[in-house]
Design a protein around this ligand. Structure first.
Ligand SMILES: Nc1ncnc2c1ncn2[C@@H]1O[C@H](COP(=O)(O)OP(=O)(O)OP(=O)(O)O)[C@@H](O)[C@H]1O
Ligand SMILES: [Mg+2]
Length: 253
């Protein structure tokens, strides 16, 4: 995905649907038809109550889960028909993902955790080392290279996870409650870093139920019961006036 060639949106989703069908239980309509466009450089927060389908949506955007129907384009490529191997390649090179619980490899050093995706993407050990050094420096982790994740604080682990997600300069960063298990100091730190990468042009989709985190974004999408119920550009107007959460609640009540 070369940004020089692709000038359209980073993400374009049309009619995404995901229904979980747990054995012996009623189907769960987690995502009920989502249309979404994210332009290059946007910082979009997806917010909404627990169970609204936010993580499911993020998993669909990162190919960690497949939609039952709908179409998805990333950087101009239609990816909804991709099989796992192509998705893995896409995630290695073009999508960075950060989760609530870090997901670091516990028996690898900090340095190796960050270099691994670069090596898997075919960069030389020397390039991987240089990229790792730069990011750890930037994220205030110099001196922790040889530590294992278990020897770090939660906030430090999350910064390592962020470094790992960004080491291949992805066109899209997906973050699911990246400060969800951190205290308020750790949350501020993650926010500050996301904002800094955003200022540099990083496209970010951040899932959070924390209003303070959402307000760091320049666009806030409200998710409710598997649907987008509001899409607000902060500082600007709202894209879908009249479809706020309150209206939906009224309809449902
Ligand atoms: N693997 C799964 N199998 C069955 N149901 C699932 C699965 N994953 C999620 N769900 C259900 O789908 C719905 C949406 O879940 P999802 O995790 O996307 O919500 P969320 O908005 O991220 O919530 P939270 O804020 O609590 O993280 C929920 O009802 C959840 O129970
Ligand atoms: Mg979730």
């Amino acid at each position: 995905m070369n940004r020089d060639e692709a000038s359209g949106p980073i993400v374009r989703a049309a009619g995404l649907v995901k229904t979980y069908r747990p054995e012996g239980a009623a189907p769960v309509h987690a995502v009920r038809g989502v249309d979404l466009t994210v332009e290059p450089g946007e910082f979009v927060a997806v917010t909404g109550p627990s169970g609204a389908g936010k993580s499911t949506l993020l998993h669909l955007l990162g190919g960690l889960d497949r939609p039952d129907s709908g179409s998805l384009w990333l950087d101009g490529r239609q990816v909804d028909g991709y099989r796992e191997a192509r998705w893995a390649e896409l995630r290695r090179n073009h999508i960075g993902i950060v989760f609530q619980f870090f997901n670091l490899v516990s028996n690898l050093s900090v340095a190796d955790n960050v270099e691994l995706p670069a090596l898997l993407a075919g960069r030389s050990p020397r390039q991987a080392r240089a990229a790792r050094g730069e990011l750890l420096d930037e994220l205030g982790l110099t001196g922790k290279e040889n530590s294992t994740p278990g020897e770090l604080s939660g906030g430090e682990q999350q910064r390592v996870a962020l470094a790992r997600a960004l080491v291949n300069t992805p066109s899209l960063l997906l973050a699911d409650e990246p400060a969800g298990s951190l205290d308020s100091k750790g949350t501020r730190e993650v926010l500050r870093l996301l904002a800094r990468f955003h200022r540099r042009g990083q496209t970010i989709v951040l899932v959070t139920h924390d209003a303070r985190m959402a307000s760091a974004a320049d666009r806030v999408i409200s998710f409710f019961d598997g649907r987008v119920v509001d899409d607000a550009h902060l500082g600007g107007g709202t894209q879908r006036p009249g479809a706020g959460v309150a209206d939906v609640l009224k309809l449902k009540g």
